[in-house]
Design a protein around this ligand. Sequence first.
Ligand code: RP5
Length: 169
Amino acid sequence: VSTQVLILIGSPRDWDVMKEAAAELDALGVSHRAHVASAHRSLDRTIALVREADAEGVRVIVCGAGMAAHLAGVVAACTVRPVIGVPLPGGIADGLDALLATVQMPGGVPVATVAVGRAGARNAALLAAEIIALGDDALAGRLRAGRAAQVDAVTAADRELSGGHGGVG
Ligand code: RP5
């Protein structure tokens, strides 16, 4: 199976958070690979990686970056494949800076921006999988099973907290 999701990170230090995206894709059986590709420190190489992924047929690109987080925007400028940006904590506003840098794209070049940090890394993988599942019924089934497991987990936690009193089922 060729790579379905390309994960790019601006710094090797970003992997501690972005490995959550890789783990979620692994759990869903979505093929992926990751590269360090800084929009600022290695611009030409970043563009080359995106062009290569584009030619190869990678379906979705997930970008994690902190501080002046331009990676997702630069990647989106190079492709019409869906790009998902994960703003990372750190910097003077601990991720709010990266959130604004990632989400505030000018009209014409979209970046689907998710939450700051680990929740965002997970959701980026899930959103990428949902996009791919538009043409993959088996993957859509695995995503539905994941949602059902969440319902079970919340219900079990509620039973434990409430002692089973006053619930709906
Ligand atoms: C961004 O700047 C990276 O995505 C990273 O989150 C942040 C800091 O990078 P380092 O100086 O730690 O390599 O480009």
